[in-house]
Design a protein around this ligand. Sequence first.
Ligand SMILES: [Cu+2]
Length: 383
Amino acid sequence: MVTMKNRGVFGSVFINSSRTQKIILLLMSLAVAVLATGCFIIDPNANQSTFEPLGPVADRQLTIFWWILIGGAVVFVLVEAALIYALVKFRRRSEEYVPKQVHGNTRLELLWTIIPAIVVIGFSVASIDALFYSADVPKDEPSITLEAIGHQWWFEFRYPSPDDPESEVVTANEVYIPVGIPVRINLESVDVIHSFWVPKLAGKVDMVPSEGNHMWFQADEAGEFFGQCAEYCGTSHASMKFKVVAVSPTEFDKWLSDQSAPAVESGDPLALEGAEVFKSTGCSGCHSLKTIARSGSKGRVGPNLAHVASRRHLAAGMMDSSDGAGNVNDAYLQENLRKWLENPSEIKPGNIMSSQAAVYTDPDKSLTERQISALVAYLTSLK
Ligand SMILES: [Cu+2]
């Protein structure tokens, strides 16, 4: 006899309910199951959906997902069918009825050991193969390499410098790649474990401090792809995003040489004043304006600002300055810079700039209205 005790909460509720209540309960469980798969059912084009891959790595990972899901479903149906068949066929027909008692069946036992073993080995081989495929660019394919370095709570990117093999071009939060060319990414972190994820291009790979890790991806078409840190890394983890911008190889080369050129010094008086404020209020302690750094050296505390005005997003994807056609709109950029400088923690709670820069931690050093305007003019000139 089944007692009330071991039916569990759901079991007791279910058994003690009326027929209508039972139906409602079942429908509600179904709704929960459907909602749990929301990203997929609502919109496969959503920027975090992995069901619309746009590169070979994400594609391969989706294929293996489908194989395992469908394989698992087939096994489930077969096992359940056998179970139900046995339940019905060998049920107790009357109080006195006792079915034929058997023990051991070598043929059956061999069968249900060997078949699952083959299935498991098959799926393991396919999964491990996909794992190796995702780790390294296929041999003999021309590729480019870049470094992605996780910081609380933004991403630093470094590219081999066009004219100096010992150096790298440094940028942040927006990573340009050439369409149709495999990109190897060496992953690093300066503080805690982060995870690098561009849902439409490749699955998540951890950025482990001092351990290093690597992966690759390739974009099959031009466009902007959403990226996100996928490993809880502190207060502003949810606000740690980035963009992958895939452009033609020619545009990519132009972008890289623009990024490697020194920051432009503007002649505008307010911008010149801003350059002074930048030094005098301690911004340069955390932010570099040099476009090129020695390869392998760890970055500064804050994002490189040499070409900050060329970026469509600020503060790791939290503020958008683009005009919709993919260009930076200076008016939006100025508005965003002003908001950020007035109160960075309102945009991104707990970020390192608001918690460590003297201009925010020491009320006597707060930026004046005039200083903010000068900084905005200066930073907007850094194309
Ligand atoms: Cu993170």
